[in-house]
Ligand binder design. Sequence first.
Ligand code: ATP
Length: 504
Amino acid sequence: MDIPWVEKYRPKRLREIVNQKQAIEKVEAWIKQWFHGTPKKKALLLAGPPGSGKTTTVYALANEYKFEVIELNASDERTFEKIRRYLDAAYTMDIFGKRRKLIFLDEADNIEPSGAHEIAKLIDKARNPIIMAANKYWEVPAEIRNKAEVVEYKRLTQRDIMQALFKIIKAEGIFVPKEIVAEIAKRASGDLRAAINDLQSVVAGGIEDARDVLAYRDVEKTVFQALGLIFGSDNAKRAKMAMWNLDMTPDELLLWVDENIPYIYYKPEDIAEAYNAISRADIYLGRAKRTGNYGLWKYAIDMMTAGVAVAGIKKKGFTKFYPPKTLRMLKDTKEERGIRDSIVKKIMKQMHMSKLEAIETMQIFKTIFENNLDVAAHIAVFLDLGDKEIEFLAGDKEKAAKIKGKTLSIHKKLKKAGIEIKAKMEKAGPRELEEEIEEEPEEKTAEVDTTKEEVSEEEKESEEIEKEIEEAEWEKEEKYEKVEKIDKAKKKGKQATLFDFLKK
Ligand SMILES: Nc1ncnc2c1ncn2[C@@H]1O[C@H](COP(=O)(O)OP(=O)(O)OP(=O)(O)O)[C@@H](O)[C@H]1O
């Protein structure tokens, strides 16, 4: 996976930072004072809109003036303790020799009042430069704000953003039409980080799809941030903030989270864990709707945010979020629900699972249907899925058609194998079949004279038995390979699981 362009192209030097000249002059003047003693204000507060260059300034400054940055997050509970530790050791030795530490406290507008008092005390005692950053500086507790020199960052203009994007396009040696660059810059509303991420998404997804990606931008502006909180860290508290100020119902956010799980987690057990969390959330949401007890939303939200955030190891690097396919494809949600329910029922029946397990399994099947058409076809045959059901799981008409084609050839093979096996069995006597029909004498199944006009009761019975056996044989042949493991597990009294099936 490519490294995120926001990191790859983060300016290393102060002069590369676009359109924040005044702010940077102030920051440089302040840091220079540290080389001649301690400045009057030991802390700076960089205030301005997201993606305007605050964090970039801190790192470029540290790079030029040879500081080591200790980055702390104000919403992290352990921050206060860490600050104390670093302040006590203003200088430490590292392999480069003596390097001064610069403390960077991001999200200062998220500091709890109790923490604010302690941080204010620590600023008083500090022997290190402290830089804080906030989007809304008026929400930084006054106690801290008063101890810091405020440096304002401007919202970047569409022109600034376009310039920065073209620099990246040139460095990457790619072509992106000017109107798309202009559109990305316009939609970013001053946030260069968002614009760079959009540009990378558009390039990764192919320019032809650019308009689709951008069409979702208005919603994603917030839903992307929500997904970033859920998938961006293992911090449950941060993840729970995803629903804040989000102009969406939990049901809608659930679809987005659901869609993106397989792009974030890569180990099957982690994917299953994350799906487990959302299927529980789904149950709470359903219950809330049925009973009118919307207090249950809180549990649902916790499960689909924090529950998903801590599900496992996430992919590193740039991640593109995708809008839910169900939103794009199946406008008729009633129909969608009907299809979903019938798949769940089939899984419950064929795989001997509880509803919850079946929902979870269905989510895993979705990933398989999108990514491995061969396995998908086997599952489709095994579950006897209809066209709509295959389409639902594949999330794409074209893929569904391919899977359908593969199921037909599986059916053909099974039929052929069934005839061959039948012939063999007629010769040698089928062992597996014997087990299943052990009460019935074999001769009865072997020959029935269909030329006789008058059929005796006994013969009628025999014919029926033959039919039944033939059906059993068909079914057995179709499913034998796939259910063998499950059957064994059942015989041993173990619960059959999806993984028994997939290991086949
Ligand atoms: N003024 C700028 N000049 C050049 N690049 C910038 C500028 N502002 C933002 N960027 C780019 O956008 C990315 C994000 O910027 P940065 O992390 O500095 O934002 P920020 O102001 O700290 O935002 P936030 O408040 O959300 O943390 C950087 O990696 C950099 O590539």
